[in-house]
Design a binder for this molecule. Sequence first.
Ligand SMILES: *Cc1c(COP(=O)(O)O)cnc(C)c1O
Length: 443
Amino acid sequence: MEKKQYERPLLKRIVPTMPGKTGQNTHSVAQTEIDGVALDGLRERFGSPLFVFSEKTLRKNIREAKRAFSTRYPDVRFAWSYKTNYLNAICNLFHEEGSLAEVVSGFEYEKALQNNVPSNRIIFNGPAKSEAELLKAIQGDSLIHVDNTEELRLLTKLAVAHEIRPRVAIRVNLDAGIYPAWSRFGFNLESGQAWDALEKIATEKRLECVGLHCHIGTFIQSVNAYRTETEKMAHLALDAMTKLGLPISYLDLGGGFASKNSLKASYLTGEDLCPTFDDYAEAITSALRMVKFPAGKKLSLIFETGRALVDNAGYLLSSVITNKRMADGRLNTVIDAGVNLLFTSFWYNHKVTSTYDDVAQMEPTSLCGPLCMNIDVIRDNVLLPPLRRNDLLLIHHVGAYNVTQWMQFITMRPKVVMVMENGELQLLRDAETLADLNRMEAK
Ligand SMILES: *Cc1c(COP(=O)(O)O)cnc(C)c1O
């Protein structure tokens, strides 16, 4: 047998932190503070895990959104979407900045009232309003956005019985080029359902139809979808005013603006893809300007922007518990914050930063929470430097939909604090304890 030739193997270190195919860095730069407040100090004082909000970022976001729209259109208001984050301090911050309340249930309606929002500054959305909730909203002169024919019938009945003229808008769903289109909510435009509902209101004359509402979906990165939505809604409003004589005074174009989070399915990061408020505002207001309304009948605009206003103002601070090597050789780092606190980790590749950089030694890591559940994965694969027990990690862009959809599951919900603009720390919500859980159970 002939002797095989030997070639010396070349061992070469792969540095996984080179820019990827799209030229972006594949790891995040270390972060040790939020608005000047040190992360280790936060943990010392409030424990870990910990949700942290930035007052500065919240105010910056809403002011930026308002500026983008109000410099292009004279009459624009924002309504805070309670379900996106209904911590009272956050709702009240938005109310302080002039936002109405946008609620989708009786419980959220009560929450807005308890936050001292005048009832006529509450927009009541949602597909499942009870008769008692509707009556309360009518008596409070709230803006009721009608979802379906049954609700229209109930409202008319209540209006007659109580001799009140409720202020309503109908929720419209339409094809804005976003698929699958959300046609579950409201009356469909293209099939004529929306027009039928408006005709019914005009004929019965029991409800004051002051607006039209549409919320095309969520995390919509296409400004063209908003252009289409605006065109269609503006023409519907014009027809409702001129052909049916309805006193339409506003268009509520819903929420849905994207945040800078990165969707799991997306190749590029959210930071690259997310349109600015100016981009959205330009598409919407330029579409609206193309529609000629009768003299003196300019519509006001309402936006129910949720995630785009809070996502980047929220962080989840977490501590490393341990490292493991999985059977396939991958590094598995376990932290003290699980998916029960971070519902959005099912959708997003959340940005994760450590408190120090070590570019040469970074390793693709599977980052998991403390739950005894295989699905408890915060990131499948994220580049992190070597971590040891008690090292701190910061999970970014968690301000939307987490502190409402979180749950007590295996671990309790932790504290929530806000870094105030003046540098003070304010406890927004205390950690839950076993006693809180037991209080609700029969003995
Ligand atoms: C959830 C919701 C919003 C907020 O949506 P975002 O995508 O977070 O901006 C606005 N309006 C309605 C009716 C909603 O259900």
